[in-house]
Design a protein around this ligand. Structure first.
Ligand SMILES: [Zn+2]
Length: 86
């Protein structure tokens, strides 16, 4: 009786573990990559550079509000890449 039960259960367990990975995995990776293009600005009104990292040496000198924007927004407002963190 016990052996019969195992014979019935095994094929079910087999189909569960053989299930393919969810297809939305690759899409999620793209969203993460897009978010990684966020840059940091020091909102002191005279800074002309944007930073890839909030912990950049130049960024840490900023005593004003730190703004997080996209690269396209930073360049559209006249900012260029920081020489230290890019
Ligand atoms: Zn920097």
């Amino acid at each position: 009786m016990k052996r019969l039960l195992l014979a019935l259960l095994l094929p079910i367990v087999g189909t569960i573990t053989a299930a393919p990975a969810p297809p939305y995995n690759s899409g999620f990776a793209q969203v993460k990559a897009h978010r990684a293009t966020a840059v940091y600005l020091c909102a002191n009104g005279k800074s002309v550079v944007y930073h890839s990292s909030r912990t950049c040496a130049a960024m840490r000198r900023c005593s004003h509000t730190v703004r997080v924007v996209s690269v396209s927004e930073a360049t559209a407002t006249g900012h260029r890449k920081c020489m230290k963190c890019y």
